[in-house]
Design a protein around this ligand. Structure first.
Ligand code: PLP
Length: 377
């Protein structure tokens, strides 16, 4: 089946009743028929049928063997980082999501895990940062918010050459547009809060792996640390997945319309949009992904003007997050990247006047009309 079909039919609902939607199994514990019963469901931290249906569906969509659902993207990433131990070292992209570097440096750093951040567009820079203690490379492509593109297959090959795990945060693309496991990555992580949920109504995270031993280790961590996704929220993601393809197609079309319109405006100093052939990562991106996604970032050149613009948008919601059905705008400098050190922000192009727009599914004319009125001082 093609991905568009798998999104709708990958999760078959409930074979016992024929319900086309998987039921919400709102239960913490399950009756056991003998003491020490093997198999089946026992306690929902270990496994829950609704969560299991979601985990299976995500594994199918990413081309993995097993998925794991968590209460947030950060809980998912933190579970992955619990595969490592004190003394281990991670090399990550300097354009990593701010929350991921925060948990690495300020939480797991206290337990002896260390991380270095380098430019992932430069393989030599990654190789130079690898030490005998390094255990993994963390990729995030395209990056947030300036859409820099990392060569997934090349970084995964480097990881394997040096005996390391390759981890990819695939939030910005979702499995609909990019499947890092097929490019050699070992572990895919998602903030399912974004496209997979898609309606700005649920916080969730998912991890998918291919290797059986890694899957066992991750299940051990998931059950031991317990940051699991509840059955109601698992069901919301199962529902969100069914429309992922149509939502992302529409969001991508709107992002293109917005980017093309912004390109003609004198107020806009710089635009970051993967669909423009002159975007530096355009060709590489389209070798490893099949769409642009919905993000357009643009620099208005002046911090006060950018803040004024964001206070004037009406239809476009000023807020954190992305990937929802409504167009969202934010100021990464103080919002999504507020916890990132200033020097690193400037290296990635996050100025005080950079705006990130996540296109929703509204009519493009309405989005553009709102941006136009907000640009007027
Ligand atoms: C939002 C986000 C996260 C964190 O996910 P939460 O669900 O907010 O915990 C991680 N990575 C990326 C790329 C994100 O956009």
């Amino acid at each position: 089946m093609k991905l568009e079909t798998l999104l709708v039919h990958g999760d078959e609902g409930d074979p016992a009743t024929g319900a086309v939607s998987t039921p919400i199994y709102q239960a913490s514990t399950f009756r056991q028929h003998t003491v020490g019963q093997q198999g089946g469901y026992q306690y929902s931290r270990g496994s829950n049928p609704t969560r299991h249906a979601l985990e299976e569906q995500m594994a199918l969509l990413e081309g993995g063997s097993r998925g794991f659902a968590f209460a947030s993207g950060m809980a998912a990433m933190t579970a992955v980082l619990h595969l490592f131990k004190a003394g281990d070292h991670i090399v990550a992209s300097q354009n990593l999501y701010g929350g991921t570097s925060r948990v690495l440096d300020r939480v797991l750093g206290r337990f002896g895990l260390s991380a270095s951040y380098v430019e992932f567009r430069d393989l030599a820079e990654i190789a130079a940062a690898i030490t005998p203690a390094t255990r993994a490379l963390i990729i995030e492509t395209p990056s947030n918010p300036t859409l820099m593109v990392t060569d997934i297959a090349a970084v995964a090959a480097l990881a394997h050459e040096r005996g390391l795990l390759a981890i990819a945060d695939n939030t910005f693309m979702s499995p609909y547009l990019q499947q890092p496991l097929s490019l050699g990555v070992d572990i895919v992580v998602h903030s399912a809060t974004k496209f997979i949920g898609g309606h700005s109504d649920v916080l969730a995270g998912v991890v998918v792996v291919k290797d059986g031993k890694l899957a066992e280790e991750l299940h051990f961590v998931q059950n031991a640390t317990g940051g699991v996704l509840g059955p109601q929220d698992s069901w919301l993601l199962l529902r969100g997945l069914k429309t992922l393809g149509v939502r992302m197609d529409r969001q991508a079309a709107n992002a293109r319309a917005v980017a093309e319109w912004l390109r003609g405006r004198h107020e806009v100093h710089k635009i970051y949009y993967l669909g423009f052939a002159d975007h530096p990562g355009h060709d590489l991106h389209f070798r490893q992904a099949r769409g642009t996604g919905n993000v357009v970032s643009f620099d208005l050149g002046d911090g006060d003007f950018a803040r004024g613009f964001l206070s004037r948008t009406k239809l476009c919601v000023l807020g954190d997050s992305l990937g929802g059905v409504e167009t969202l705008v934010n100021l990464p400098d103080v919002m999504s990247h507020g916890s990132v050190p200033s020097a690193r922000k400037l290296r990635m192009g996050v100025t005080t006047s950079l705006i990130r727009l996540s296109a929703g599914i509204e009519h493009p004319d309405d989005i553009i009309a709102d941006l136009e009125q907000a640009l007027k001082q």
